[in-house]
Design a protein around this ligand. Structure first.
Ligand SMILES: Cc1ncc(COP(=O)(O)O)c(C=O)c1O
Length: 452
């Protein structure tokens, strides 16, 4: 068996990506090509998984998730690594994250309840949300989450009045550092003029700090920022560190308190296509640590306890989506390969123009490659899964297509559009597969439909 060729660049072999995640491969490190055009991941044939679990199906390489979690811990050994559960969460993932010693970032009572169901230590949980509902706050306080991240002025008094006491609830303030970074306008959250965070420049962040300090039920333990997602360089993090440390120093000077923690959020990029820039956790870690020490020395500020919140970086490269081809047709000079999933299991291309690579599995083809567009089955012309990918000319109904780098923000963002049913998630490890999430059925839809 040989390593899976990095598609669509014919003939290239991706370098091993672990332990340092050095080469930005789009496949998990365990992926190898097998006879008859197949690929195995975690020792399990993708073609067999498609056969056994049906399609569409999401495959998750447990060892890849764990290795990536460890790579983050190695990259920042003195920091708290807090996995952003919005990337993908289910009970097994809660366990893996807990066992690997990470914290958990949640942004709803639902994510929190799921973590609690598995006994995830509440003090390692950070709760986010720009519009936390009364239920979110009640659940966070009841379960005793470690940190609640304040994202608006109105949240401060609302939260403070609910704290049962006698202990104060530890909170952070989500600050807008005013930095443009991230792969698409819709996922840039560090800049002014969008819904997240409180602006340093406009004075809202400082106002929030002052209000929190006036609430005995709240203890301000840190500042938080999240620049955006798919941030492909460590430089914006270094910039954020400087601005945040400068702001920490200003708070100390004005309010005579030393806020002890700094959370830089997530956003670390992964490769969706061969050659996409994806710095290693070690590269991000080095730059962040170096800049933190420099900025703290410059502002004469004690080095704060650091946290980061990688979601995509831990989960995306561990997942592979499997689809079956339903039809192939030409239109306007283009070849459209339509599969049995689409924007209901992967809304990313429609939301922000995400691009992928696709590989046929389970049938060897000697046909030349040609450029095609892989589209979904949904009633939207924008239901495109992968534009301009290379597939064999003889691709036909019944073939199985694999889309690597599908572990994050697919199943967690999946919808019930067209009642096709959200796909199952199957974990693979050491030659075995096991179902983590079952396929959603028509019966699930019918049970929710309670009125006539
Ligand atoms: C506050 C916060 N932290 C972490 C993340 C995770 O980002 P990523 O998955 O890009 O690492 C997000 C994503 O939206 C976020 O909003």
């Amino acid at each position: 068996m040989t390593a899976v060729p990095a598609v669509p660049v014919a003939g290239t072999i991706p370098a091993p990506v672990l332990p340092e995640l050095a080469a930005p491969s789009v496949w998990p490190a365990s992926a190898v090509s097998a006879p008859a055009g197949d690929v195995t991941v975690g020792g399990v044939s993708l073609a067999e998984l498609a056969e056994r679990y049906g399609t569409p199906t999401y495959v998750l390489d447990e060892d890849e998730v764990r290795a990536r979690a460890r790579a983050w811990r190695r990259a920042l050994p003195d920091a708290d690594i807090v996995y952003a559960g919005k990337a993908f969460l289910c009970r097994a993932v809660v366990d893996w994250i807990e066992e690997e010693g990470l914290g958990l970032d949640v942004c709803s009572a639902g994510e929190l309840e799921l973590a609690a169901l598995r006994g995830f230590p509440a003090d390692r949980i950070v709760m986010h949300g720009n519009a936390k509902s009364p239920q979110d706050l009640r659940t966070a306080l009841r379960l005793g989450v470690g940190r609640i991240v304040i994202d608006s002025q109105c949240e401060i008094a609302r939260l403070a009045t609910q704290v049962p006491g006698p202990e104060a609830q530890q909170v952070m303030v989500r600050v807008l550092p005013g930095i443009e970074a991230g792969g698409h306008k819709k996922i840039r959250t560090g800049a002014e003029g969008q819904k997240f965070g409180l602006s340093i420049a406009e004075g809202d962040a400082e106002d929030a700090v002052a209000r929190i300090l006036g609430q005995p039920g709240l203890e301000l333990v840190g500042l938080h920022c999240h620049l955006g997602s798919q941030v492909t360089s460590p430089d914006p993090y270094a910039q954020a560190v400087r601005r945040m440390v400068a702001f920490l120093a200003r708070i100390r000077d004005r309010y005579a308190i030393t806020v002890p923690e700094l959370d830089l959020g997530g956003g670390f990029a992964v490769a969706y296509r061969p050659g996409d820039p994806a710095p290693t956790p070690a590269a991000y870690g080095r730059r962040i640590t170096g800049e933190l020490l420099r900025a703290c020395a410059e502002f004469d500020f004690p080095v704060p306890r650091l946290s980061v919140e990688p979601g995509r970086s831990v989960m995306a490269p561990a997942g592979i989506a499997l689809y079956e081809v339903m039809s192939v047709k030409r239109c306007g000079g283009e070849v459209f390969v339509a599969v049995d999933g689409g924007m209901s299991d992967n809304p990313r291309p429609a939301l922000y123009g995400a691009r992928y690579t696709v590989r046929m599995v389970g049938r060897a083809s000697a046909a030349p490659m040609r450029t095609a567009t892989v589209v979904g089955r949904h009633c939207e012309a924008g239901d495109v899964l992968a534009e301009s990918v290379e597939l064999p000319e003889d691709v036909r109904p019944g073939d199985v297509l694999a889309v690597p780098a599908s572990g994050a923000y697919h199943v967690s963002m999946a919808s019930g559009y067209n009642m096709t049913g959200r796909p199952p998630v199957v974990a693979v490890s050491e030659g075995r597969s096991r179902l983590l999430l079952r396929r959603e059925t028509f019966e699930d839809h019918r049970r929710r439909d309670v009125g006539l």
